[in-house]
Each structure stands twice: as structure tokens, then as C-alpha cells.
Design a protein around this ligand. Sequence first.
Ligand code: C2E
Ligand code: MG
Ligand code: MG
Length: 432
Amino acid sequence: MRRGGGGGGPHGGGKEASGLSRDRRPVVLASFRRPFRRLGLSDALGFGLIATMVAATTTTVYALGGAPNTAVHGFYFPIIYAALRFGRRAGVLTALVAATLSGPLMPLDVAAGTSQPIEAWAVRLVFFVLIAFAVHWLARQDPRPLEEMLRDSATHFRLRGALARNEVTAHYQPIADLNTGQVVGAESLCRWADRAGGYHSPAQFIPAAERTGLVIPLGQHMLTTALDQAARWARGPGPAPMVTINVSAVQLTHPSFLPDLVTALGVHQVRPELVCLEITETALIRDPHQAVRVVRAAHDLGLLIALDDFGIGYSSLAYLRDFPIDIIKIDQSFVAEVDCDPKTNSLVMAIIEMAKALGATTIAEGIERPSQLESLRSLGCDLGQGWHLGRPAPPEQITSSFARLAVGPKDRDPTATALASPPPDPSSPDRP
Ligand code: C2E
Ligand code: MG
Ligand code: MG
């Protein structure tokens, strides 16, 4: 694999400063306001809703015989809603009103008319006010909608358990030379099989793991698994294949990433030039200074660096200048239309020409049809991967592809399905 040059300082920080820095506005609040705004309703509706919730809870508590009874918990709803939608002051005001209504005005036993102990009421007052503060504080801490936070924590706990039970594995998708059809490497892709036999999509759980921080142990697990596999393949017959490993933005800029990488390379005795780290532009934007330091250090160790999903997102030519990029992976959205849309075809040609000028290798992702393969080959794309060439599969199935192709004809027809790997597990996400 050719190596691209690097030089200069990181760019993209300006972009971060101008618009991509973390927006800390309480989006939870905004998401509550949005439907009302869309309907053209003013905040009056929100206050009306709070008053209705307070009145409904008071009536219910009365009807059920007085405070305290479980219906008192109904007061949480207007307090939480007020704190989320209108802020701390409205939350605290609602808490005071709720505490008053469920306190001195509310007998302990409506029929007998017995009053509540003052301490019980004071505790409830403090609790309601604390809830208003806590909800408001939480809403400001994370700019994500509440449902997403809840979904993330559920994924976090399930994925953490799956990691502990060794249910997270790697499948490998072959990467073939588009001219000879020979498999020269494989991309390691995370697969999480749950106990019910289903698979979860990494496109969903990796972003959640990034947000909760679980991507650090998960990434470490994937790194050691892939390095172990790379070492096994290197010991096998034929030329040693390259193994590419996806590295998330959070993982790349974590202080333990480089030391862990160096240790894992040593433990598994893998030649660094057989390992390629796939990074996305998001990773480079997130913390460009740290990213450039880590990427250069990894490159200096001898590892290959690939820019994944090139052409979408925040594509910036500055990354190609500042980072030592060896491989450019053309995003599958371009490959999807390379054979049928002249504009896309021209764009892919431009990417390939640019990569050539930089001394980088190109890999086309998501090749599904022979006509796409043919177009890419005629445009001079070096390598490719996709369902037409071979689906991601457990390592044993890919091993046979390496062995077969290593001894196979060098000029085999790449338009014939290159790998003909054994049929995948029917419950796998990689099934045809
Ligand atoms: P990616 O790195 O761009 O990986 C390529 C994705 O395209 C994979 O999806 C692969 O199964 C799928 N694919 C391969 N050939 C074809 C094709 O011909 N057509 C179509 N439509 N799709 C094809 P997958 O496995 O669901 O992974 C999705 C994304 O999740 C990956 O995109 C990568 O960004 C991330 N990911 C996967 N494994 C890991 C991992 O171990 N660590 C990290 N940090 N991210 C990972
Ligand atoms: Mg990738
Ligand atoms: Mg990709």
C-alpha cells in the first residue's frame, strides 16, 4: 500500500469554533416547545397545561381520601414539565404551588378531616423544589432529546453485558484488487448477536456507545480481536492480508488509544504495515489537534491510515493535506450510482485522480453490481469491497477465500463474483 505524505498543522478548528462546537442549549426544552410553535400556539397553552395537571392531581388526591397517597406523585408531572419547558423559576413556582396544595390545604384524611404533620409537608416541599432544580439542571447538561438519552442508557447496559459475555464479535468483509480479483485484505466489522439470536446494527449501537463512552472498551475489544486475527492470517499460507479496523472519533482521541495500540501490536506480534486504521472525517473534526497527533504517531509506527466514507460529511481537502492518509475509501453513496449517473461518475473519477496525485490508494465501498465494478475498474480505482465481491462473514469463511485466491489465477475475471464465500448464517445481518 502506498503511503501519502503529511505536513502542516491541523485544520478544521475554525470550523469547530464557528458552528460545530457542542451546542449546550437545552434541546429537551426546545423539543417540548417545537410542537406548540408548529401549531402556532403561544406559551399560554403550556401554562394552561401545567394548571390543568396540578388541578387534576389535587382533585384526584382529594377524591382518594387525602394526602399522602400515591396520587401525590402526580404532582411530579407539572413540576417536571414546567422546569423543562419554562425553566427553573417556573419549575420552582409549580413545586411551591403543588406543595401548598398537597400540604396545609389537603387533610390527611378527607372524611375525618385530620391534618397532616408539618414535617411530612416540609419534606415534600423540599423534595418538589429539588425535583424542579434537578430537572432543569439535567436538561441543561445534555443537549440531546430525553428519549435519545434513555435509549442510549438502555443500549449501554445491554451492550456492556454483551461485551462481558463475549457476545460482541468481528465479521470480516474481503477487500479485493479490482484488476486481479485477488483478495488483499479484509475490513473488520463489529457484530453484536443478542441472546434471542438477532443482530444489532453497528450503525445504531456504535453512535450510542460513543455517546455513553462504552466505545472505549468496545473499541479496545475490536482492536485486539482484529490484531489477533491479522496475526493468524499472517501465519497462514499465501501473502499476508491487510486488516482494516474502524476507529471511532471518541476512541481515537482518548488518551489510552495509542498506548493500547502499541501494547496490542506487541502482544499479537503483528507487523504494523498489515494493519490499517479506518477513520472518518468526524473523528478528525472532533479534536483536530489531538487527532493529527495520534494519526501521525500511528503512521510513524508503520500502520496504514484510511479515510473512511470519503465524499460525504464535512469532506475537506485540508484533511488530505494535514493527515498522513494512505487510503481513501470512496463512500458507498457514490458507488451506488457510479454506473448510471454521469455526474457521480465524474465525481468518482475526480476522487480517484486526486488520490493518485497524492499517492494514496482508493477503495470503493458497497459494490453490489458487476456494472459498478466495471465502471470503477475503468476509472482506475485500485481496490473494492461490497456484497458483489463478498459479504462480511466470520473469519473462518474469509480465511478460505484468502487461501483459495492466494493460489488462484492472478488474472481471474473480477466481474465474476470474486469470493463465492460459504452461505452466511441466515440470522446474520450480512445474509443476502
Ligand atoms: P463502514 O466502516 O463504512 O462499513 C461499511 C458498511 O457497509 C458495513 O455496515 C457493511 O456491512 C456495509 N456493506 C458492505 N458491503 C455493502 C454493500 O455492497 N452494500 C451495502 N448497502 N452495504 C454494504 P455495518 O457492518 O452495518 O457497519 C456500519 C458502520 O458501523 C461502519 O461503516 C462503521 O462506521 C461502523 N462500524 C462497524 N464496525 C465498527 C467497529 O468495530 N468500530 C467502530 N468504531 N465502528 C464500526
Ligand atoms: Mg469502515
Ligand atoms: Mg465506510
